[in-house]
Design a protein around this ligand. Structure first.
Ligand code: GTP
Ligand code: ZN
Length: 357
């Protein structure tokens, strides 16, 4: 068996190219595995090769299935994945409509739908994670196979995301507008292309540094998007850290709260239709926040930082760091003035995701 994160890296690549991927289940009561073709990157030729008899089922996230009202709340409450039995009318365009919420208003679904057991729950959940890692919609054509026919396990996919093998790859002096005495430290793991960065400002003075965990936001950080508060938060954080004379800004490549740029822009398109930031993620079939702050904790540990004053309004960041060995001795609020375009976004963060604004 081809184990390890290398198998997961190959699978991410395969999904993006529209190639099938097989995942062995790790449940003790099953000898099953799943073979999967991502709906987003399928085409008629690939689908015919994958599923010549038109018998492959559909695998969706529970959140997406609930949005489509394909399953009742009770079925979805278990979380994870929902498998829908293939019906003759579910051709490729119908499957795309199941996967992609952009079409929800334009393409009413036919039905009826029948939810069946996933047959390999751990493999199904891992498949959804793999889609997110590949930046794809979490929706597949799926067939059950013998687990021995699969080269990939859920543990491989977890290892791919794990920060355990993160190392410092390069460091250099980097004077920036906010602070001339700054050093940039770049991190990477062997398996992912993501290059996470820390900007270390000033020199340790024996007290816990002022720290900001900033998740990448191409639209806000680079283009000055008014839809969110990321750009102003980034610059205010650099200034606050410079004023404190000792601190660290982590620039985490967790675009779109971990769902990637393309999926975030899909969420924006749903927001144009009236859904808020939480419901947009759910309609796409993702968690409201897919980030894992163990990555940030590992970066701080590699910098020799074990206790911080954390600039954030998000209690999940405090919990995430503390769960991974970094003491948060103080939460420093980090709210910036709203504008007409991000007012609702900030209100949703306050009302629905527990931000202390
Ligand atoms: N999926 C999704 N991601 C978004 C949206 N708006 C902004 N983001 C992403 O949210 C992340 C910004 O979060 P942060 O500013 O790090 O943190 P936060 O959770 O808001 O908490 P604070 O520390 O209080 O700012 C970035 O990765 C953005 O790309 C949205 O509408 N949908
Ligand atoms: Zn943003």
């Amino acid at each position: 068996m081809n184990t390890g994160p290398r198998a997961a890296a190959r699978a991410v690549d395969a999904l993006r190219r529209g190639w099938e991927v097989a995942i062995a289940d790790t449940g003790t009561d099953t000898d099953a595995g799943l073979v999967l073709l991502a709906i987003e990157t399928a085409d008629t030729g690939r689908l015919a090769a994958f599923d010549p008899d038109g018998r492959a089922d559909i695998l969706l996230s529970a959140a997406r299935a609930e949005t489509l009202k394909l399953v009742n709340q009770r079925a979805a409450a278990g979380g994870g994945a929902i498998r829908i039995a293939r019906a003759p009318w579910i051709d490729l365009p119908a499957a795309v409509a199941l996967a992609d919420p952009a079409l929800d208003l334009a393409a009413p679904l036919k039905g009826p739908f029948r939810a069946v057991a996933t047959g390999a729950a751990a493999a199904a959940a891992a498949a959804l994670d793999l889609a997110r890692l590949a930046g794809l919609l979490p929706a597949f054509f799926v067939r059950t196979i013998d687990r021995h026919a699969a080269a990939l396990s859920p543990a491989d996919i977890a290892a791919y995301e794990s920060p355990d093998r993160l190392v410092v790859a390069a460091r250099a002096r980097l004077p920036v507008a906010a602070a001339e005495a700054a050093e940039i430290v770049a991190f990477r793991t062997a398996e992912t292309a993501d290059e996470h960065v820390a900007l270390v400002v000033g020199t340790p003075d024996g007290s816990p540094p002022l720290v900001r965990l900033h998740s990448e936001c191409l639209t806000g950080d680079v283009l000055g998007s008014l839809k969110c508060d990321c750009g102003p938060q980034l610059h205010a954080a650099l200034n606050a850290i410079a004023d404190a004379r000792w601190g660290v800004l982590l620039y985490l490549r967790q675009e779109g709260r971990g769902i990637g740029l393309i999926n975030k822009l899909r969420a924006y398109s749903l927001q144009d239709q009236g859904f808020d930031t939480v419901d947009a993620n759910i309609r796409l079939g993702f968690a409201v926040d897919a980030r894992d702050f163990s990555l940030a904790a590992r970066m701080l540990a590699l910098l020799g930082v074990t206790a911080v004053r954390l600039l954030t309004n998000n209690p999940a960041k405090v919990v995430g760091l503390e769960a991974h060995g970094i003491a948060v001795v103080e939460r420093v609020p980090h709210a910036l003035p709203a504008n007409p375009h991000n007012e609702r976004y900030l209100a949703t963060k306050r009302d629905r995701t527990g931000h202390q604004l």
